[in-house]
Design a protein around this ligand. Structure first.
Ligand code: ATP
Ligand code: MG
Ligand code: MG
Ligand code: MG
Length: 573
């Protein structure tokens, strides 16, 4: 690729509105441009990287025997009604209407669509197992799209769905996918870890997440140093209060003016304030949109992890008038939580934030409720989840003994880049999907589903691989392996020709090479090549030609060296 004929547009200034390094560098390198909140255009440069990631994912899925296909982005409401997810998926599901007033959604995931395909295509257990996958755009109306493509609204996901005659076959495929994911993230050169996870909105019985380790990660992971034990703490926390129904029962018994502290309420709800509450807000309103001055109740929101917001109607709190009115947008921003779990808060307009982020501030407020059976109204448990199978690790801290009895726990932050689920028969049963077994009897196939955040991987890789000069791509993801830089191509035809020859030879040898023939001054040219993270830089100059050498520098090294052709090729290969 001749860069003079490519579209490369880097920026000198660091974009002010980007919070994390990958977002900054992707903008600076001109890999992505924002179209609207959570919607990004991939530039030609960005797309090259995205395609490299896709290629590794595709190769490894094919190697594992999965079969590629493609399903529509826009899917009819009726399909999603079959599983109840038209309603249950929550506000992340983008709903659209056509000219005939028919309702559709933009696919956030495709269990329904693939199960519909399967029930039309596959009739016998003899055709099983089968694993269909696609690499396509998904849309989730994230409440807080942020960090560029890391948490976008439209993003590229590889999603795979397997079908099985029995549970043994499902578990074998689950293991195969687990191993495949391990190969994929290893080939991509990422430092990652697989952790036990909850089963989220998708439901099912077994689930692991794959996390790229990075301090900017949104999830907290706990793992043992001496065994395989690893889990997503925040998810375990979000699903662990097994006492959910019991907690709401208990809350019904609090009579006004019961003197319950936040800790008491938290204890009743099976959550531990000190460690699980990330941020705390007290909202005021009567549930009908009236201001607290007119009387009414108050709402306490305990915001845990990324997912759960629990509301408790409160008796009147002192000191409200001292606090300013917050806008709904501010509160949503402040909570930074998932929309599915903020439904009741949306309705609670206007809202006041009267506590700041300190948990201690809450302890001074007295919590109560006024009518049996009413306090818990509007409580949003969020997800319809089975009991978690993982140990309750909500309160673990670094150094605690590992729940598997092996060594002590360490904590790390992670970016979720992949997720494997053993779904069981939830979807095949809901959608009346059957195959004939060996006895000619109709049975529901067991299913698994396996996602990878292809576009998120690009950002996650940068979080792990960068320096002051810019991105340092792992080999497998680099837009080009080599940049051949030409000094003064216009004024020195011999130099231009030698560079062209090297560029052509390297590409012919299967080494993806760019020729920087843009005619920039060396300083500006080298800065671009470093910023966009090309692993190998070769400079062709008049002086070098005379000496029979090329100047070579690895992106990972501070030193350049002069090498003859053979030595250069040995270094690059
Ligand atoms: P998260 O916990 O980050 O919201 P998720 O658990 O909702 O992700 P899954 O339903 O497991 O996501 O989807 C499979 C993969 O898709 C995730 O592991 C992640 O890598 C990717 N993904 C999910 N949401 C987004 C998003 N908003 N932007 C980019 N990638 C995403
Ligand atoms: Mg999500
Ligand atoms: Mg998740
Ligand atoms: Mg997930």
């Amino acid at each position: 690729m001749r860069l003079s004929q490519f579209h490369l547009r880097t920026e000198k200034e660091t974009p002010a509105d980007a919070e994390i390094v990958s977002h900054k560098l992707m903008l600076k390198a001109g890999m992505i441009r924002k179209l609207a909140a959570g919607l990004y255009t991939w530039s030609p440069l960005g797309l090259r990287v995205l395609r490299k990631v896709e290629a590794v994912v595709r190769e490894e899925m094919n190697r594992a025997g999965a079969i590629e296909m493609a399903m529509p982005s826009v899917q009819p409401r009726e399909l999603w009604e079959e599983t109840g997810r038209w309603a249950k998926f929550g506000p992340q599901l983008l709903k659209i209407r056509d000219r005939k007033e028919q309702e559709y959604c933009f696919t956030p995931t495709a269990e329904e669509a693939v199960t519909d395909f399967f029930r039309q295509e596959v009739a016998s257990y003899k055709q099983l197992p089968v694993n269909f996958y696609q690499i396509t755009s998904k849309f989730r109306d994230e409440i807080r799209p942020r960090f560029g493509v890391m948490r976008a609204r439209e993003f590229i996901m590889k999603d795979a769905y397997s079908f099985h005659a029995d549970d043994e076959s499902l578990h074998a495929q689950y293991r195969t996918m687990y191993d495949t994911y391990t190969r994929i993230f290893t080939r991509l050169g990422l430092k990652f870890r697989a952790v036990a996870a909850d089963t989220g909105a998708i439901g099912g019985s077994a689930s692991h997440e794959f996390h790229v380790l990075a301090d900017s990660g949104e999830d907290a992971l706990a793992f043992s140093e001496t065994s395989d034990y690893a889990a997503n703490v925040e998810l375990a926390e979000a699903v662990s209060p097994g006492a959910r129904p019991a907690a709401s029962e208990a809350l019904r018994d609090i009579e006004t003016p019961a003197q319950k502290t936040c800790e008491d309420v938290a204890a009743l709800m099976g959550i531990s304030l000190a460690r699980t509450v990330k941020s705390v807000a007290i909202m005021a309103g009567d549930g009908d949109g009236n201001l607290p001055e007119k009387g009414g109740q108050f709402v306490l929101a305990l915001v845990r992890g990324d997912h759960s917001v629990n509301e408790i109607k409160l008796a009147k709190l002192p000191g409200l008038a001292d606090y300013r009115l917050a806008t709904e947008a501010e509160i949503l921003e402040y909570l930074g939580s998932e929309p599915g779990f903020l439904g009741p808060l949306h309705a609670q307009k206007p809202i006041r934030v009267i506590a700041d982020r300190s948990v201690a501030a809450l302890a001074d407020f007295v919590v109560g409720a006024n009518k049996p059976g009413f306090h818990i109204a509007g409580v949003n448990w969020g997800r319809d989840l089975p009991e978690p199978e993982t140990a309750d690790i909500r309160n673990v801290v670094e150094g605690d003994p590992s729940p598997d009895g092996n060594g002590s726990l360490r904590m790390a932050r992670g970016i979720e880049v992949g997720h494997v689920f053993a779904l069981g028969r939830k979807y095949s049963e809901a959608m009346k999907c059957t195959v004939l077994d060996g006895n000619g009897k109709a049975v529901h196939p067991a299913m698994g589903c396996y996602g990878i955040g292809v576009s998120r991987i690009v950002a996650a890789a940068i979080e792990q691989n960068h320096d002051d000069a810019g991105i340092r791509w792992p080999q497998a993801m680099a837009p080009w392996q080599v940049a051949v830089c030409v000094i003064n191509p216009k004024s020195d035809p011999a130099v231009a020709e030698a560079a062209e020859t090297l560029h052509a030879e390297l590409n012919a040898a299967g080494i993806d090479t760019a020729l920087d023939d843009r005619g920039l001054r060396p300083g500006a040219m080298f800065a671009d090549i470093e910023l966009i993270g090309i692993p190998h830089r070769v400079v062709v100059s008049g002086r070098g030609l005379e000496a029979g050498t090329f100047e070579y520098r690895a992106r990972s090294s501070a030193e350049a060296e002069n090498l003859d052709r053979a030595a250069l090729l040995a270094r690059i290969a």
